[in-house]
Design a protein. Structure first.
Length: 107
């Protein structure tokens, strides 16, 4: 039985299968998609675009990890962001019930 159910969103639109039906998401994937949308909607990414101010980048990373840690489905203190290369970040966190999640934040 699934705890969370949603529809897959890709490029701001529903993702459809070959029959034209929306693709479902469950549990861990729903949480990851919700976090991606929250990060985008809260406006966390624009300060990271082409910014060389290390202090602002670090503050933004802290703000993102705090916001992720505030999600009740995430183990508090488990969110972490690594800068893979300039403008590309990887966020990882531990969900309460479904194990680890991780995804790229590309700006």
């Amino acid at each position: 039985m699934t705890a969370y159910l949603d529809l897959l969103i890709t490029n701001d639109d529903l993702t459809l299968d070959v029959g034209g039906n929306p693709l479902p998401l469950t549990d861990r994937d729903v949480i990851a998609q919700d976090l991606v949308h929250m990060i985008r909607e809260e406006g966390f990414l624009p300060p990271l675009v082409g910014n060389r101010n290390r202090g602002l980048i670090d503050r933004t990373k802290v703000a993102i990890t705090l916001a992720v840690d505030n999600d009740v489905r995430i183990v508090p203190g488990s969110a972490a962001i690594d800068e893979v290369r300039a403008g590309e970040f990887y966020l990882s966190a531990e969900t309460m019930d479904f194990g680890p999640i991780g995804f790229s934040l590309e700006v």
